[in-house]
Ligand binder design. Sequence first.
Ligand SMILES: Cc1cc2nc3c(=O)[nH]c(=O)nc-3n(C[C@H](O)[C@H](O)[C@H](O)COP(=O)(O)OP(=O)(O)OC[C@H]3O[C@@H](n4cnc5c(N)ncnc54)[C@H](O)[C@@H]3O)c2cc1C
Length: 384
Amino acid sequence: MDTEVIGQIRQSVAQLCGDFPGSYWQEKDRERAYPSEFVKALTEAGLLASLIPEEYGGAGLPLSVASAILEEIHANGCNGAACHAQMYTMGTILRHGSEEQRKTYLPKIATGELRLQAFAVTEPTAGTDTSSISTMAVRDGDEFVINGQKVWTSRAEYSDLMILLARTTPKDKVKKRTDGLSVFLIDMRKAVGNGMTIRPIRTMINHATTEVFFDNLRIPADSLIGEEGKGFKYVLTGMNAERILIASECIGDARWFVETASNYVRDRQVFGRPIGQNQGVQFPIARSYAQAEAANLMVQKACSLYDQGVKCGAEANMAKMLASEASWAAGEACLQSHGGFGFAEEYDVERKYRETRLYQIAPISTNLILSFIAEHELGLPRSY
Ligand SMILES: Cc1cc2nc3c(=O)[nH]c(=O)nc-3n(C[C@H](O)[C@H](O)[C@H](O)COP(=O)(O)OP(=O)(O)OC[C@H]3O[C@@H](n4cnc5c(N)ncnc54)[C@H](O)[C@@H]3O)c2cc1C
């Protein structure tokens, strides 16, 4: 896409973010409150519908633009985690849903009338081993009955719809352990209180994450997306977009940390000169800048492959790993450069530092990315 157009989109995102200064995020963080005003502003600007094709009411933009939007949000001190899923979770309906499901839901997701922000995969006992999830959906006439539990289902309290991965055939009855998993689109407005219970989890960051319990929740059979038993594959195809977009947020965080650190050390005088004159202060910032620039090249490569419809699993994973490590290095340099003031809430450094740490764990932890590269790129034996 035209770099001038992307530049204009970046500019309008930065302008929108200007209405949400550090004090806004500090208050939300303190109260662990959902940034509804920010999400509303992004929705009204059509930014969260950027990946939805035009025929379904979205902007039909490529992933590289969605990536620029999220990067810019984070580079401007804001946080897209409250709503980034609204951008890509719809991909499961778009790629694997029926035309009727696409027509029913995508236009409403595009306008923000329906929020699809909850993506329920992780379970407390299965952890990263998704094939071991035990939430079951059992067919009963023209319904499915769901029992089980999810954890870390972010934004569930602020979503109308949920994409749920559940077993439809027990693990011991399938040939391949990833078979027998199915994806459902659940209308949470009907489900909560009727078999679905949501409990918020307070965490070290303001992330609106929850645990969700299913106790004989009945959903219509046409909530199934695609073919029964093929859900693992469907979920996997969406994960590349998610990883690339999260990587972009990390690049944005790194940019914020590098700029904030550079500004501070240029001004802060100790021993009668700017602390930024000391190489011991300059070098970690300069190093993290170099790391972020390199990681960004991998993000761009992953975006480009994704937008061409080419295989990009390795690049998406590497982008997420490198970008999350670069943002952490930049956060570390920024915090250290600020000395004691780095701990003060009003500087936003400690908040961004906590926020960016998540991305070495979610949506997939670094070890699992390294295992993927070792096995699939280097041909080494599978380690687990
Ligand atoms: C704030 C937050 C929001 C989240 N939002 C969502 C969401 O919206 N939807 C959702 O479904 N999930 C969500 N998650 C879950 C997230 O994707 C998982 O926490 C993450 O994938 C790690 O899984 P786990 O916590 O079960 O860790 P585990 O699988 O228990 O792993 C713990 C540690 O052991 C390591 N490890 C495990 N197995 C291996 C191995 N074979 N080799 C080497 N190392 C290994 C891991 O790398 C990790 O460091 C969220 C998590 C958090 C913290």
